[in-house]
Design a binder for this molecule. Structure first.
Ligand code: XMP
Length: 512
């Protein structure tokens, strides 16, 4: 399959470049510029190379250099921002440090149509974000666009193989950016748009078959879109060699265990899914525990114990299937090294090392939106595809203090009302997560002629791109009103409802 390689010099926009290229149905990979352990750039599948931006200045002594093999490969190259400055300075031009940064919208004047600007007008808006500027271009280069503040906003070599642009085509503030990238990947590199859900399914099925051969694979199902998609795809590839284990830890939402189980049995067949009812075991292990991190540790440990017991019953298993996606992979091989951004609590930590299983990750090159499209292609129902993220420790981190059966029941009822009402609102699709939190602190109220003394329930709803930062959702007063009334009327343990209007940071999304 045709492929574009994006060499990452550490720009915050590198992932965005990859997403734009993938949206054009062209496969691309991000490689750290130092390319440790990466295969060669002269590989026939690679049709072009993009050099990303960077927080460095090419005038810094320790700035990343252009890796060997980029120019030698003879493939088309597009340098973006730092990538352009790197090309220019490597090929004999001059880059200088500007006194001031050029940041924001600028009007681009295209001096020469064709190539990157094929089919586009002579003026367009673009987004600039740079400190350094190209002062002189290499001898066999020509200038193809400029802005008011930037003499060389786009350049190319005379053969039309090497291109550089100072602005960022990957951000939405460059409205024609996608067309410019399309001109590069299709017009200049000659890629074919082959990266479609059908072809991804075909390719990944083949990958799983080649990798697994006759061995057996086990997987932990959570019911989330990643683990379900990985399981369905793998089932298509190897059928009965796959076994899925679904552990009901008693910390799931109302009706969730039943729903996950029936969905999975419909998708994979009844005997592919092993259901383990471990509700009592988790509750017992959590008795008296109030510290959030302690809860997480206990839940993780008990899960691993149960998973191991069940996997052992299966006999000879070689692989552990995981729903790892591309952002985690990029993080772990990033220019900066595995960064603090990866949250260990998001992975099924420790399983493969402990059990000596090989890891099978058929989604490791996919972004979340691609996983969703793949899921649709595989016939996975909409409500799994669009399910909000749900933490591994489940409701245990949404009950402040000790987790008891009584508190779980109260939270489940309240959470179900929040969910039912928000689903009726147009805001629902825009929410990253929405749920209830139980604060088992009693507050005074009055119902009829009676004084009440009940728990406080919290509504939490946030908007976010990736869970790293989040803004509290502007749910309408009317919707909040309906939710609050229903909760105090229908959920016996709750006497007061509050709405959490704290963003992240400084708060976290979960209360614990
Ligand atoms: P916070 O609360 O840190 O949450 O703002 C960010 C995202 O991570 C989820 N989260 C977890 N997921 N195990 C998980 O699998 C956990 O222990 C955990 N804690 C938080 C949270 O739901 C949100 O999407």
């Amino acid at each position: 399959m045709d492929k574009i390689v994006i060499l990452d010099f550490g720009s915050q926009y590198t992932q965005l470049i990859a997403r734009r290229i993938r949206e054009l149905q062209v496969y691309c990979e991000i490689w750290p510029y130092h390319m440790r352990g990466c295969p060669s750039l002269s590989d026939a599948e690679i049709r072009g190379i993009i050099l990303s931006g960077s927080p460095y200045s090419v005038t810094d002594e320790n700035a990343p250099r252009l890796p060997q093999g980029v120019l030698e490969s003879g493939k088309p190259v597009l340098g973006i921002c730092y990538g352009m400055q790197l090309l220019v300075s490597t090929l004999g031009g001059k880059v200088i440090r500007s006194q001031s940064r050029e940041y924001g919208r600028a009007l681009l004047f295209v001096l020469e149509r064709g190539g990157l600007f094929e089919g586009l007008g002579s003026e367009m808006v673009c987004w600039m974000s740079h400190g350094d500027s190209v002062k002189e271009i290499p001898e066999d280069f020509v200038c193809v666009a400029r802005t008011e503040g930037c003499e060389y906003a786009a350049v190319r070599d005379k053969s039309g193989r090497i291109w550089g642009i100072q602005f960022h085509p990957e951000v939405s503030h460059t409205p024609l950016g996608k067309e410019i990238l399309a001109n590069f990947v299709f017009g200049i590199c000659g890629c074919r748009p082959e990266w479609t859900p059908e072809s991804i399914v075909k390719q990944q099925i083949q990958y799983v078959r080649n990798e697994v051969q006759k061995e057996r694979v086990v997987c932990a199902l959570s019911g989330g879109v990643d683990s379900v998609t990985a399981a369905v795809l793998t089932y298509r590839a190897i059928g009965d060699q796959l076994s899925c284990i679904f552990v009901n830890n008693g910390l799931l939402r109302k009706g969730e265990a039943e729903q996950v189980l029936s969905n999975m049995r419909a998708l994979l067949g009844k005997d592919r899914v092993i259901y383990v009812d471990a509700r009592e075991r988790f509750l017992l292990a959590l008795r008296g525990v109030v510290d959030p991190e302690e809860k997480r540790k206990i839940i993780g440990r008990v899960f691993v114990e149960i998973f191991e017991e069940e996997a052992r019953k299966l006999g000879d298993v070689t692989y552990l299937l995981q729903g790892t996606t591309y952002p985690d992979v990029i993080e772990s091989v990033s220019v900066w090294g595995p960064s603090a951004r990866i949250k260990t609590h998001h992975n099924v930590g420790g399983l493969p090392e402990h059990m000596h299983l090989k890891v099978l990750e058929p989604l490791r090159f996919l972004f979340k939106d691609e996983v969703r499209r793949l899921a649709a292609e595989l016939g996975i129902p909409e409500d799994i595809i669009w399910r909000q993220p749900f933490p591994g420790p489940g409701l245990a981190v949404r009950i402040i203090g000790e987790v008891t059966e009584e508190r779980l029941a109260i939270l489940r009822d309240m959470d179900a009302i929040i969910d039912q009402e928000l689903r009726k609102s147009p805001i629902y699709r825009k929410l990253w997560q929405s749920f209830g939190v139980l604060v088992p602190v009693r507050s005074v109220g009055v119902m009829g002629d009676e004084r009440t003394y009940k728990y406080v329930g919290v509504i939490r709803a946030v908007m976010s791109e990736d869970g790293m930062t989040a803004d509290w959702a502007r749910i309408s007063y009317d919707t909040l009103d309906v939710i609050a009334r229903r909760i105090v009327n229908e959920v016996a343990g709750i006497g007061r409802v509050v709405y959490d209007i704290t963003s992240k940071p400084p708060a976290t999304i979960e209360w614990e």
